[in-house]
Design a protein around this ligand. Structure first.
Ligand code: GLU
Length: 917
């Protein structure tokens, strides 16, 4: 836990002065060990603090060590703080190793103006002095340029600032945690809090660049908002806009200098409430005074890399800021990193000298000469392999010289100040010891008894309407409707009071991306104009991120409202309709095939060969009634239910005829029955039967309620081609969009117009406007719910009550009342227009009869062959002839299809034949 931050800030300012003094003091001494002169203090130096004296003495004592080798290191810094930290770092390091053969000598310059040329000149100046390493510049802009020069000169270059463009140069080492790893930590924390929508607040291009990786990796809804100063020099204008937009989850990336001010002004505009959550990405968050927000209930979390409770950090903080500073809370990351960098450099150089017996020999280098130092790579490589525990934890590099393995503490602002609630490790990820951000509301907070709410609604039938009466009504009495009844039921169950107000513009809630504000009911809730909103308010992901919703009290989907289908005018060829085309074709084919079968069977069957002159006992020839023509006539006669004078005689032909008659009986009955259906049932048609067909035609115009959930459903269509086509049409034809559902229904009734509407409202409309109906299946599945401010303590109570009303059937009863009983309901009297239309019979319906016919005909064939064989057998037996010979003879006659007359062999001829044999 940190001590009072205000006190520390004051001390910090005092100590900065001390650091300045320290710098003047040391620089004013004759800082050249080679000359070994007694240092002379400048007369202007104010009284140094004890720490300074200690450092100076430490430094001076080391000047007397003759065997000590000096290593000159250079620094290029943007501000005096960094320069002072550098200076202190060399003293701390030298002080830590009084007997060491190496001693660091510092030489630094300020390059305040980000001017690359100045940085270049000063680097050259340092190189001429024979530096063995350069720290900085801390400006991102000039660092890359200097890096190229130092690479050429093979001088170790140590950076400590955030640099997205980390170049993998040989001589570069950056102690700042790698941006991509930091981004992972930020994403993990935001995920842990379960945010599905985030607003990133940044103050300049550099902070935007710092969070660009986060913005591109974040998988949910992200809005970027720049914190620019308004005409009064404050951030209030932009913060007010953000507040109006209903945004509640913020990732703040700004410099530590303005962070406190940003948070203070956020509090002033009302953005420091229980509803608001902040993740602060600046690793110096702990150095900002957050005491004013401790009791706001706002969830403020952040990170730190410097552990202020560590004894080493405390010691360094005291050395920098003076003895009176008891803790390390004020130590900034950049200061800590410079000290760690110098320490790492020194430790590496010392190891090289003592362990590897490497002699570090420095010499002056000229920028415009081609020579370079020869030990740079050795030192840098040694540094990469070295691990030191510094102020920013364990300093360790990967082979490319990036600092990827580090641990961050997760901090949260509590009423007791900032406390550590977990840690983030680049290997393990996030570990939070307290999983929930928001504490459950107390029983008292959650209870609604005797609370008074402002309930806002729109005048949308049948959810909220003005009573139709001549009496002068006041207050809640003026309104009626489904929503009004529902809120009344809830108030009776939960014991709260309420006052109804009306949202005049009639909008439920649409987000304006230009002004970044919500309108309608959602805007009223966010703006604090009302506590609860009840109407035909659809729950959408976008709205859910701005307000809280109860459980849905009604389920619905988007559908199309259009005129009822019209009956098709009767057709001339209606008689064809009972059978499908396949059945008709099959019937025709069957007719020919069966006729042919009768012809064949007739020829085969001996019984069908009859005496043309019954009076002549022994006819000379026989005739067959089943000629081709007669067979066709016989089958058509029975198909038409008329019959013919032809009567089958043989068993085979009679069997086949029986099956054929059965077939015709079934076919004709089916035809008659289905024709009756076609003649009595009206076939209804609509110009389109679903949303795809509607989008493909151009004759009928269509629209939806402007700014409503339905229009937004098409707007957020993504890759869905039909939905995006509809949205394009809506965008191009604003005149087709309506102000409300009533207007849409009116236009649908009177014009060539289709209206996208929610199914529940369509149900209501078609109950009253009898010429309208719903077309096609619902396009989605969603619901209406009551909206309230984010993180409202009473949401669960209201949801539970809604569930109870649903279970007891109260909500269904209310729906029945407002949909089916009140205000002109029942006009259309359920005409059952949706009765099933008659459909043609297809093969599946009549396939069985065809099968029976097939089996019967095959049977007829078999019988006719058996009949023939039997007759020949009996004849040959009687006449003592040869069966085979007779059978072949019969078959030969059979295939002579043209011969319709069969000659009869007389018994005389037969006897003669026998004798000849
Ligand atoms: N229920 C819709 C909404 O909440 C309004 C009607 C519509 O868009 O169809 O925005």
């Amino acid at each position: 836990m940190r001590p009072s931050q205000t006190k520390i800030i004051k001390r910090r300012i005092d100590c900065r002065k001390h650091v300045q003094n320290l710098k003047i003091l040391i620089e004013s001494s004759s800082w050249n060990s080679a000359s070994a002169q007694t240092p002379v203090f400048s007369r202007n130096v104010p009284n140094p603090c004890p720490t300074m004296l200690f450092l100076v003495l430490l430094h001076l004592s080391s000047l007397n060590t003759i065997a000590t080798q000096e290593l000159r290191i250079g620094g290029l810094f943007q501000d005096e703080d960094d320069e002072a930290a550098f200076l202190l770092a060399t003293h701390i390091v030298n002080g830590k190793h009084p007997d060491s053969p190496l001693r660091l000598v510092h030489d630094s310059h300020l390059t305040r103006d980000h001017n690359t040329f100045t940085a270049y000149t000063k680097t050259c100046n340092l190189l001429e002095k024979g530096v063995v390493g350069i720290f900085g510049p801390s400006s991102v802009y000039s660092s890359a340029f200097i890096q190229t020069l130092l690479d050429r000169k093979e001088i170790p270059h140590i950076e400590t600032h955030w640099d997205r463009e980390l170049l993998r140069h040989n001589c570069l080492l950056n102690l700042h945690p790698h941006p991509s790893i930091l981004t992972r930590a930020f994403l993990d924390l935001v995920d842990q809090w379960g945010w599905k929508r985030v607003t990133v607040l940044y103050d300049d291009e550099e902070s935007l660049a710092r969070l660009s990786l986060f913005a591109s990796s974040y998988r949910h809804w992200l809005t970027l908002r720049r914190l620019y100063l308004d005409s009064h020099g404050t951030y209030r204008a932009v913060l007010t806009g953000i507040k109006k937009a209903g945004e509640t989850n913020f990732v703040v990336e700004c410099s530590v200098e303005v962070l406190g001010e940003v948070l203070k002004q956020a509090q002033q505009v009302g953005m420091m409430t229980e509803r608001h959550n902040y993740v602060i990405t600046n690793l110096d968050m702990q150095t900002v005074d957050l005491a004013p927000f401790q009791f706001s209930g706002t969830n403020i979390t952040g990170f730190r890399i410097v552990n202020p409770d560590s004894a080493y950090v405390e010691e360094i903080a005291q050395k920098i800021y003076g003895e009176e500073v008891q803790t390390g809370w004020n130590l900034r990351v950049k200061t800590a990193l410079i000290i760690d960098a110098v320490e790492l450099f020194y430790e590496a150089a010392l190891d090289l000298t003592l362990r590897e017996r490497f002699v570090i020999r420095s010499y002056p280098l000229l920028c415009n000469a081609t020579n370079n130092w020869d030990s740079g790579h050795t030192i840098v490589n040694y540094m990469k392999g070295k691990t030191v525990t510094g102020l920013t934890g364990v300093v360790h590099f990967d082979t490319e010289g990036f600092r990827r393995d580090f641990v961050l503490d997760i901090l949260e602002l509590t009423p007791d100040g900032l406390s550590k609630i977990g840690s983030w490790d680049s290997g393990v990820g996030l570990t939070i010891s307290r999983p929930k951000i928001f504490e459950a509301p107390t029983a008292d907070e959650a209870s609604l008894v005797n609370k008074t709410f402002t309930v806002i609604t729109c005048l949308t039938t049948p959810y909220g309407m003005l009573k139709e009466t001549t009496a002068q009504l006041t207050g809640n009495d003026r309104f009626e409707g489904f929503g009004i009844d529902l809120i009344e039921e809830l108030s009776q169950m939960l014991g709260f009071n309420y006052t109804i107000t009306i949202q005049d513009d009639g909008y439920n809630g649409d987000y304006n991306w230009t002004t970044n504000e919500w309108n309608g009911l959602i805007g009223a809730i966010i703006g604090g104009k009302a506590d609860l909103a009840i109407a035909d308010l659809t729950v959408t992901a976008e709205r859910e991120s701005a307000v809280d919703f109860t459980l849905q009290f009604m389920n619905l989907g988007i559908s199309i409202l259009y005129k009822k289908p019209k009956p098709v005018p009767p057709s001339l060829f209606m008689f064809v309709s009972p059978f499908s085309y396949t059945v008709w074709l099959l019937l025709l084919g069957t007719y020919f095939v069966v006729s042919l079968c009768f012809f064949v069977m007739g020829r085969l069957s001996p019984s069908e060969w009859t005496n043309p002159f019954p009076c002549v006992e022994e006819p000379e020839y026989l005739i067959n009634q089943f000629s081709i023509r007669n067979s066709l006539w016989f089958t058509i006669g029975s198909l038409m239910q008329q019959g013919t004078e032809i009567a089958p005689i043989g068993i085979s032909t009679r069997t086949a005829a029986g099956v054929w008659w059965f077939f015709t009986l079934i076919m004709v009955s089916s035809y008659t029955a289905n024709l009756a259906a076609f003649l009595t049932v009206e076939t209804l048609v609509t110009p389109f039967s679903n949303v795809k067909e509607l989008s493909e035609q151009t004759e009928i115009k269509y629209g939806a309620k402007r700014g409503g959930a339905t229009a937004n459903f098409f707007k957020n269509s993504g890759d869905d081609s039909v939905r995006s086509k509809i949205w394009k049409f809506m965008l191009a034809h604003d005149e087709e969009m309506t102000e409300n559902n009533e207007e849409g229904a009116e236009r649908t009734e009177k014009e060539h117009y289709a209206f996208f509407m929610e199914s529940t409202t369509i149900e209501y409309v078609v109950e009253r406007r009898c010429s309208l109906a719903s077309v096609g299946p619902p396009l989605d599945d969603k619901g209406y719910a009551i909206a309230m401010k984010k993180n409202s303590s009473y949401r669960n109570e209201l949801s539970a009550a809604i569930l109870k009303l649903q279970e007891t059937g109260r909500i269904a009863a209310l729906k029945e009342k407002w949909w089916k009983e009140k205000r002109g309901a029942g006009n259309c009297g359920g005409r059952g227009d949706e009765a099933a239309a008659a459909t043609p019979l297809n093969l599946q319906n009549v396939g069985g009869v065809f099968l029976v016919l097939f089996v019967g005909t095959v049977l007829g064939f078999i019988i006719s062959v058996v009949e023939l064989a039997l007759r020949i057998y009996l004849d040959t037996k009687k006449r003592k002839g040869c069966f085979r010979k007779e059978f072949v003879k019969e078959m030969k006659f059979f295939v002579r299809f043209k011969k319709n007359v069969k000659e009869v062999e007389s018994s005389k001829c037969h006897d003669e034949e026998q004798r000849n044999h």
